[in-house]
Design a protein around this ligand. Sequence first.
Ligand code: URA
Length: 217
Amino acid sequence: MTPIDPAARANVHLIDHPLVQHKLTLMRKKEASTNSFRRLLGELSSLMAYEVSRDMALQDVVIETPLETMTAKVIDGKKLVFVSILRAGNGILDGVLSVVPGARVGHIGLYRDPNTLQAVEYYFKMPKNMEERDIVVVDPMLATGNSAAAAVTRLKECKPKSIKFLCLLTCPEGINTMYKAHPDVPVYTAAIDRELNSHGYILPGLGDAGDRIFGTQ
Ligand code: URA
């Protein structure tokens, strides 16, 4: 088993709220239907969005209550971009957007070249003015960490204000790879599983997240 680098572990926010843990357990079960897997992922994603947006900047606005004028706080949701790593990342979007409906959405598609084993980009579409925005990259599984790290490398070319990585499950290998490539990118996850198998699947895990979301298994 691969040990987790202590510095890398310190960069991980483990979201251990009982509701998150409960829903994750239901999703892991092999008998969970596509319908319930997708619904649970949506619910979990919205709960995790609270945690990942905890330090979002607030601004003052002057409003009228029925009784008087006051200065109150609002977030500028439009400054936030959720970037989905295709295709499984799309399963997280509805949940996070239910909490921050004004956020923008970007998509990045990568595949691994079988000869060079390098991540190759096949799709990249981001909102304008990325240098003014905070990014949360979403992908349910941070497994080898290679495509996640490649996605973050590419996103850094857009010079965003900040980048966070939100997943459902990760493992020591994914945490170490991400930290080595991007120590400035905190990882938010609901669980750190034991290990990767030789096919790059997380154990005990939940199987192929994309297949379970889209019913293609
Ligand atoms: N991607 C998945 O969907 N599942 C894993 O276990 C690892 C990567």
